[in-house]
Design a protein around this ligand. Structure first.
Ligand code: BGC
Length: 818
């Protein structure tokens, strides 16, 4: 399967593998995404040719199991790929009816080209070879192109090729959702534009977005355009041309299909159908399109690539794949759009294309590579600030409460019911009690601002979000007189297995440690950050937001007296009362089930409830050690008056590591990061497992429904901020590398305050260089010493080496977190 670090190659046709391959080989450009499906096959069985536009959603409401449910989903748009073919007197070719003799699918990650080849022999012995290349254009985001070359290997005659646009599609990829309504658009216009171009326009049923596709199909042979007979074909919802292509034995003939896509909301257009026709008529030949597409990819790789020397091809391949999919989901093309970070990319329908807290795993990576992209993704949240305010107010709170799942307008999109496929039962979904999505939004604003120093953003966009989130968090605290502390009750933490106390009638848990500690840290950060604004800006912002001294005193009080639960002599409790839960028989469950990642479903199907046990789906309390430095935590706990020191960190990590099923791919990233300085071998092992999440579909079937963007971008961030140890503090780039033994060299570009720096870390040395420019010098720090790096110069630092420190070491002065 591994064809080197830059190629993902599959040999042989295997229908059972097809859904996974389609997702992994999907192409996208930040504006749209298209699954790597077989162009000759319609949706059904092994095939699902999904096409999605970033930010194009539609809502369907219905009564389901006695409950009114309303779900907003990213829309599966008409299938632009359709390219069918048949030899004389035969049916349309299908690999499922007539398995190909030879078959491959190959994704070129460097150039963003998906190639495919197959050879089949028809019932009359005609052997035909087909090779295909396709792109979703990175430079011209509205263009898609598919090139198909046929070689009749032992025959001559007429090949019929159908090139069409098919709007008869629904959102039917995810089996769990199929019982729910899934018809999202109707055709509004279909016509032949000229002899080689057809147009199809659909309109979404509720959001009323008109999306148009125009397809131009041409035939080329040996540099000529042979005359081919064309018949216009179609019916309600689909349109195309049947081309009768004369083929001669051994002479290749190529069919080029170029498609332009526009949506009503696109900028700088008159109307989507007209814009698509104009774009496709202007588009060049496939080869020209490939050139401009590949050169844009090459520029992206220069900015986003990460070199990892010493590791295996498969590790580097997975990293490149992760970079590739990250950029296919959010890219410079997204910068003008009103889109956030969809947790499952633009290649599937899992979680209905929604935006979650997962951006906390994505934006910090982008902050150091293309901060303008981070800024535009944060704008998605800013534009929905009023909706978040409304949500807070509707529940009687102040400030802004961002939704756990977000779609078009920022209202709460979490489904009311979810299906446990194991038991077949539809269950109420309380995951929207995860208030910590607000912490993720605020964390990203803080990180972006600290990294870029973008005070304009802070004044006009980030500042209002931070203040309103802070307000909300303070307003959901309640003062407990008996404890003389503030508490946050009735929430769910990142661990979605726990949504209530065992047997409790109402959902929600009290004092989730992650939520409470992050609240304190954020309130402090927000105040410090706002202090950095010039006084007049600060005064204006205060005034606009109506912030009073009394309110700030209240924030201060919360940062001094928030309650944080502990048990077993200093272990942070995931929530208050956690210690009273039962221990799970992990070994027993591991023996009985192939995978226990989704223990919640297993236990529910057994008539039990995961809420009863000390068993987490993913890192929850441990998120604190992932996001905050040891110094930050020491400061927070000291401020709160808790007797806590960093010696508790290894214990706490071990405690929860033993009680986590990793039912979310995000979990591996966090655990690997935490162990980077504790158990380097374990860190690397978990990291490589996280790299496998999608490529090997370690969750058994979820990748086919959409890649996991959090783990993908999170793995890149783990290299950048975890293993390279990069942190921006007070305008200094601190680097504290901890290279895994398996890595000889880690190198990547870093974009900081206009500079394009190069970071190069080897076992013994660390070099940061800046190309010549007129930009002011930057400061680079390591182990407490700050160096000045001027444009055109470099800083090389000898590394002292990082002896491995084990969590169980009793060596008191070895503090890996200090
Ligand atoms: C995880 C969440 C995550 C969501 C979307 C869930 O399985 O538990 O933390 O936000 O997937 O990726």
């Amino acid at each position: 399967m591994t064809a080197g670090p830059w190629r993902l190659r599959y040999e042989g046709y295997d229908p059972t593998e097809e859904p996974l391959r389609e997702a992994l080989c999907s192409l996208g450009n930040g504006y749209l995404g298209s699954r790597g499906a077989a162009p000759e096959c319609a949706a059904g069985g092994a095939h699902y040719p999904g096409t999605y536009l970033a930010g194009v959603f539609n809502r369907l409401a219905e009564t389901f199991h006695g409950t009114t449910v309303s779900n907003e989903s990213i829309v599966n748009l008409p299938n632009w790929l359709v390219l069918r073919f048949r030899t004389p007197g035969q049916d349309w070719y299908s690999p499922d009816e007539m398995p190909p003799e030879e078959y491959y699918l190959e994704l070129d990650l460097r150039r963003g080209i998906l190639a495919r080849g197959l050879t089949w022999v028809d019932a009359e012995g005609r052997r035909t070879g087909v090779t295909q290349r396709r792109i979703v254009h990175m430079r011209h985001p509205h263009l898609l192109a598919l090139e198909t070359t046929f070689v009749a290997e032992n025959w001559s005659g007429e090949l019929v090729v159908r090139s069409a646009l098919d709007g008869r599609v629904g959102n039917t990829l995810v089996t769990r959702y199929r019982d729910l309504a899934h018809h999202h658009h109707d055709p509004v216009r279909q016509e032949e534009v000229d002899s080689e171009t057809v147009l199809l326009q659909v309109e979404t049923t509720q959001s009323l977005v008109r999306v148009a596709q125009a397809a131009r199909t041409r035939v080329h042979r040996n540099g000529d355009r042979p005359q081919v007979a064309r018949t216009l074909v179609g019916d309600h919802g689909w349109i195309g041309h049947d081309l009768t292509v004369p083929v001669e034995e051994g002479r290749p003939v190529t069919v080029e299909k170029v498609v332009a896509v526009h949506a009503g909301g696109d900028r700088a257009i008159s109307e989507s159908a007209e814009a698509s026709v104009r774009a496709v008529q202007r588009a060049g030949r496939f080869d020209d399109l490939v050139d401009s597409h590949a050169s844009r990819w090459s520029a992206l790789w220069e900015r986003f690539g990460t070199e990892l020397v010493g590791t295996t091809d498969s590790v580097r391949q997975a990293l490149n794949l992760h970079t590739f999919h990250t950029l296919q989901t959010v890219s410079p093309n997204s910068m003008d759009l009103d889109v956030g970070v969809p947790a499952r990319g633009l290649c599937g329908e899992a979680y209905r294309g929604h935006i979650f807290w997962d951006e906390i795993f994505v934006l910090p990576f982008l902050d150091l590579r293309l901060p303008a992209l981070s800024r535009s993704l944060l704008m998605y949240r800013y534009r929905r600030l009023d909706e978040a305010r409304h949500r807070a107010a509707a529940a009687g709170h102040r400030g802004a409460n961002y939704p756990w799942q977000s779609g078009s307008d920022g209202r709460e999109e979490t489904q009311q019911l979810h299906l446990n496929p194991r038991s077949g039962r539809w269950l109420p979904d309380h995951s929207s009690l995860q208030r910590h999505v607000n912490h993720a939004v605020a964390f990203n604003v803080v990180h972006y601002t600290q990294t870029t120093g973008d005070m304009d953003f802070l004044r006009y966009r980030g500042g209002p979000m931070l203040i309103e989130i802070a307000r909300f968090l303070v307003s959901i605290t309640s003062y407990d007189r008996s404890l003389d502390r503030y508490r946050i009750r009735g929430v769910v933490g990142p661990d979605e297995f726990h949504d209530r106390y065992p047997g409790a009638a109402e959902p929600g848990l009290d004092d989730n440690a992650y939520t409470n500690v992050m609240t304190v840290w954020l309130l402090k950060q927000i105040r410090e950050l706002l202090e950095q604004l010039p006084a007049h800006h600060r005064a204006d912002l205060w005034e606009e937001l109506g912030l009073s001294a009394g309110e700030l005193d209240q924030w201060e009080a919360v940062t001094r007296k928030m309650f944080v639960p502990f048990h077993d002599g200093g272990i942070l409790s995931q929530f208050d009362g956690y210690e009273r839960l039962e221990e799970l028989d992990w070994d027993g469950y591991r023996r009985r089930y192939d995978s226990i990642q989704r223990l919640d479903r297993i236990l529910e199907a057994e008539g039990d409830d995961v809420n009863r046990y000390k068993a987490a789906k993913q890192a929850d309390t441990l998120m604190l050690f992932y996001l905050l430095s040891a110094e930050d935590l020491v400061e927070v706990f000291a401020r709160l008056g808790y007797d806590w020191d960093t010696s508790q960190i290894p214990r706490t990590i071990e405690y929860y590591a033993a009680r986590t099923s990793h039912g979310s791919t995000l979990s591996g990233i966090v655990h690997s990061w935490l162990l980077a300085r504790l158990h380097r071998e374990d860190s690397w092992r978990i990291f490589t497992h996280a790299l496998d999440s999608d490529i090997a579909d370690t969750q058994g079937g979820t990748t086919a429904e959409g890649i996991h963007l959090g783990v993908m971008a999170g793995s890149l961030d783990l290299l950048q901020r975890g293993y390279a140890g990069i942190a921006i503090r007070h305008d200094v780039i601190w680097l504290e590398p901890a290279l895994p033994a398996e890595v000889d060299r880690l190198a990547f570009p870093l974009h900081f305050r206009g500079h394009r720096l190069s970071v190069d870390i080897e076992k013994q040395t660390l070099t940061v260089s800046a190309p010549p420019s007129h930009l002011p010098a930057v400061r680079v720090g390591h182990h407490g010493t700050v160096h000045t790096l001027t444009a055109g110069g470099s800083v090389t630092i000898e590394l002292e080496g990082h002896p491995e420190v084990r969590a169980d070491a009793d060596d008191g002065d070895a503090d890996p977190w200090g």
